[in-house]
Design a protein around this ligand. Structure first.
Ligand SMILES: C[S@@+](CC[C@H](N)C(=O)[O-])C[C@H]1O[C@@H](n2cnc3c(N)ncnc32)[C@H](O)[C@@H]1O
Length: 251
């Protein structure tokens, strides 16, 4: 674990398993936000989709790892939880522990969330769609809300500004609104240059974007989300420049 202390790179994309309550706080979700069709992108091993659907939301998740056979993915998730927990424990000073108590409490909540995800994956495989940003297999405007946690900005060390813009435009194509959390990297560093260039590109593409405070902080300083709304065009199609919708799914 010692080699993780002070590290700025966790290694491969971590498949983590946040809970519905964490999503609610990270994205400042209200009951009204959860009335429509919601996409979790990337869903990883999170229990958000299962829990939201139990509350009546038409919730779906997308992630490239859903291409793996479910048993393989669930086994991998166990190892991923251990990797994430080792990282958080080794770098405990970078986190605010109020919500979780301590690293053991954090690990317990993530394991509970992963168990809910595993049951949901077995029961509702069609709700978990294998795909990778910046290309989503959904029709324009298929969702009322797209939630994206801990991929963009988090992995800014390997995903460049061009990828961020393409991924955000794609999510704005399929969703009327997009919320992205956090807007810091894995080590908790602010990314003012990346954020400024992404906001400028999105503005030029007709996507309104603003950074908004949220009632959640685990990584120190990660207290805001990026919120996008596509401006309607004269043709009524949102997301200027978005590709057509041939062959795509409408959930
Ligand atoms: C840290 S997890 C976040 C999962 C979930 N949102 C959560 O908070 O628990 C990051 C996820 O991004 C997924 N991922 C990696 N590359 C991706 C891409 N190009 N498009 C969509 N998801 C990707 C990984 O498979 C992984 O499950």
């Amino acid at each position: 674990m010692s080699e993780l202390r002070g590290a700025t790179d966790i290694g491969d994309f971590l498949v983590s398993a946040r809970s519905f309550d964490e999503y609610r706080a990270m994205f400042a979700l209200t009951d009204a936000d959860l009335h429509g069709r919601v996409l979790d992108c990337p869903g990883g091993g999170a229990s958000f989709t299962a829990a939201a659907r139990a509350r009546g939301t038409a919730a779906f998740a997308v992630d490239p790892v859903y291409a793996s056979p479910p048993r393989e993915l669930v086994a991998r998730l166990d190892a991923e939880l251990a990797r994430g927990s080792a990282w958080a424990t080794a770098n405990a000073e970078r986190y605010v522990w109020d919500h979780y108590g301590d690293p053991a409490g954090h690990a317990r909540l993530r394991a509970e969330s992963a168990a809910v995800f595993a049951r949901d994956l077995a029961a509702c495989p069609g709700r978990h769609v294998a795909a990778a940003l910046p290309h989503l297999p959904f029709t324009d405007g298929a969702f009322d809300l797209v939630l994206s946690s801990h991929l963009l900005f988090t992995y800014a060390d390997r995903l460049d500004a061009g990828f961020h813009v393409a991924a955000l435009r794609e999510m704005a194509r399929v969703g009327a609104e997009v919320r992205v959390y956090p807007v810091v990297d894995q080590a908790g560093r602010a990314l003012p240059d990346l954020l400024a260039s992404v906001l400028a590109e999105l503005g030029g593409a007709g996507v309104e974007a603003e950074v908004q405070d949220v009632p959640y902080e685990f990584q120190r300083g990660a207290r805001s989300m990026l919120r996008l709304r596509s401006a309607p065009t004269r043709t009524g199609v949102r997301g200027a420049g978005a590709p057509g919708s041939g062959g795509r799914m409408r959930p």
